[in-house]
Each structure stands twice: as structure tokens, then as C-alpha cells.
Design a protein around this ligand. Structure first.
Ligand code: C2E
Ligand code: CA
Ligand code: CA
Ligand code: CA
Length: 289
């Protein structure tokens, strides 16, 4: 068996070598990329399901690599996490997103059309950023410099980043929450935390992973998915948490989720991630209904 598998093993090795080299060269370039301004942010609207108005947008980072073109976060965030570059990169994203939210706040035009009230900005935090000692101080400084109220910022953290965190480790998030920053539990349902654990966390929003709503893209909806979402929404509302659903791709899905009592939706049905200027010119599919 060993002899027969020999070639295949060699191939697999060559393949993983190539991948390791690619990872290595991307990793090496990360610091220069940050200095050279090769990162940029796209914003994806968050839509209130009750009336179709826009309440804000999630900031999603991209890397315009001089050779490989636009790289998505899945291709470089894990590398930045491993090397610690995630801290300065994350700080840049936070700064940039806060500056952008301030600009949205100031633009009078957002009183009309689907964008209502001051627009909020959601920023993703990875596990390393959560343990970064000056997270609270840096966030306060960024908000002050941007002239942005804490309530205009939502920090998204994944369930897996918080699993097992004790009170000490949760303190920075709790401090931010007490200041009025909204904390969202991202990719909710994909981790292994039990539901009673939720009560201990300083979160105000659950972001339901899109795997739960895929079964509602077309009628008839998957009855098991409907039951699960129904249960999560009822639990969330009991705990005074709001529910955001991600990955909404069809009108059928949006309608189901609205009827199930979900509060906010995000997905290609409304808009793909795009440049910040687009927030002012959105005409959403169901904004009028
Ligand atoms: P996420 O936080 O779960 O973000 C949602 C992802 O789903 C985004 O992928 C978004 O483009 C995609 N998406 C949005 N609507 C739809 C839809 O209707 N259908 C489908 N199939 N996908 C949809 P993206 O931009 O590639 O980001 C991937 C992940 O990278 C994010 O997942 C987030 O965990 C991470 N990320 C992005 N920006 C940052 C950042 O600034 N810092 C950190 N630490 N992580 C980031
Ligand atoms: Ca997110
Ligand atoms: Ca998510
Ligand atoms: Ca995700």
C-alpha cells in the first residue's frame, strides 16, 4: 500500500509546498502592504426587515495586491493573525470605518431614500485583537478622533473567539458595551457554546450564520430551518438581543426571515459589498414596501 501510494504522497507534498510558499510570500508582504495603502474596505448594507431602511453597513477589508489583484479577507486575515499584523491592520480598519461612519453622519442626504438616521458601522474583530491590551483605549481614541458616538459602532466577534473566555478576558468587551458600543456575536450557531452561555456575554446582537437560512431561499422553506430560526429568535428576544441574518440572497428568504421576527438582514439580495460612496445612492429592492 505504501509503494502504491508513493506518487500520490509526492504530489500532495509538492502541492502543499507550493501553498506554503505562496502563504509565505503573502505573509512577508503584509507589513509593506499596510504601509503602501494596499488595503481597502468595502461596505455591505444592513437593512431593517420591518421597513427596508438601511441602519448601517459592515466593513469588509480587501487587499489590492500588485500581482494577484484583489484578495479577500479569507486569503490574508489568517496570515495576519499568525504574525500579529492583525493588530495594526485591525486598528487601521477601525479608524477608516469610523471616519467613514462620521462622513455618513454628516451627509444630510441620508435623511431621504433607504438610509435612515445616523448610519452605524460594523467592524470585525479577530481573537488576537480581543486580547490586544489597548483595545479599549484605542477604540475610545478612534471614536473621539472621528467625532463618533459609541452607539454608531458595532464590533463583531465570533462565537469561537469567546468560547471559554472567563470574566477577566471578557472585561474589555464589557467596558466597550457599557460605553454604548454594540457588540455582535458573529457566525452565531457555528460554534459549540451552549445557549445559557449567552447570558454571560456582553453582546446585544446575534448574527445568525447563513447556513441556517439557506433552506429558505426558495419556497417551500425547509421546515427544520424554520423551526430552528424561530427558536433562536424567540430565545434572543427573551434575552433582549436583536437578531441579524447574513447571507440573504433572495426575496423569498427575506420575507420568511421578516415573518419569523428577525430584526436586520444583510446579503446579496439587498446589495453586495461595495465602495462607501454607494451608501448614499442605494435603492434597495424592497425599500418601498
Ligand atoms: P463575515 O464576518 O461572516 O462576513 C460575511 C461574509 O459573507 C463576507 O465575506 C461577505 O462578503 C459575505 N456575504 C455577504 N452577503 C452574502 C450573501 O448574500 N451570500 C453569500 N454567499 N455571501 C455573502 P468576505 O468579505 O469574504 O469576508 C469573509 C470574512 O473575513 C468575514 O466573514 C470576516 O470574518 C472576515 N473579515 C472581513 N473583514 C475583516 C476585518 O476587517 N477584520 C477581521 N478580523 N476580519 C475580517
Ligand atoms: Ca462579520
Ligand atoms: Ca458572519
Ligand atoms: Ca463567516
Amino acid at each position: 500500500a505504501k509503494a502504491a501510494g508513493g506518487n500520490r504522497y509526492e504530489l500532495a507534498d509538492a502541492d502543499s509546498d507550493a501553498r506554503a510558499i505562496a502563504r509565505h510570500s503573502l505573509t512577508n508582504r503584509l507589513p509593506a502592504a499596510l504601509d503602501n495603502g494596499e488595503f481597502f474596505i468595502e461596505y455591505q448594507p444592513l437593512v431593517r426587515l420591518t421597513d427596508g431602511t438601511v441602519r448601517g453597513a459592515e466593513a469588509l477589508v480587501r487587499w489590492l495586491h500588485p500581482v494577484h489583484g484583489v484578495l479577500g479577507p479569507d486569503q490574508f486575515i489568517p496570515l495576519a493573525e499568525n504574525t500579529g499584523l492583525i493588530v495594526p491592520l485591525g486598528r487601521w480598519v477601525l479608524q477608516e470605518a469610523a471616519r467613514q461612519a462620521r462622513a455618513w453622519h454628516s451627509e444630510a442626504q441620508y435623511g431621504e431614500g433607504p438610509c435612515r438616521g445616523p448610519l452605524r458601522v460594523n467592524v470585525n474583530l479577530s481573537p488576537t485583537q480581543l486580547r490586544w491590551p489597548s483595545l479599549v483605549a484605542d477604540t475610545v481614541l478612534v471614536l473621539e478622533n472621528a467625532g463618533l458616538p459609541p452607539s454608531a459602532l458595532c464590533l463583531e466577534v465570533t462565537e469561537n473567539a469567546l468560547i471559554g473566555a472567563d470574566e477577566e478576558e471578557l472585561r474589555p468587551l464589557r467596558q466597550l458595551a457599557d460605553m454604548g458600543v454594540d457588540i455582535a456575536l458573529d457566525d452565531f450557531g457555528t460554534g459549540y457554546s451552549n445557549l445559557s452561555y449567552l447570558r454571560r456575554l456582553p453582546v446585544s446582537t446575534l448574527k445568525l450564520d447563513r447556513s441556517f437560512t439557506r433552506g429558505m431561499q426558495r419556497a417551500p422553506a425547509d421546515p427544520v430551518d424554520v423551526k430552528i430560526v424561530e427558536g433562536i429568535v424567540s430565545l434572543a428576544h427573551t434575552l433582549d438581543l436583536s437578531v441579524t441574518v447574513e447571507g440573504v440572497e433572495t426575496g423569498t428568504q427575506a420575507e420568511h426571515l421578516r415573518m419569523l421576527g428577525c430584526d436586520t438582514a444583510q446579503g446579496w439580495y439587498y446589495a453586495r459589498p461595495g465602495p462607501p460612496e454607494r451608501m448614499g445612492t442605494l435603492s434597495l429592492v424592497d425599500a418601498a414596501s
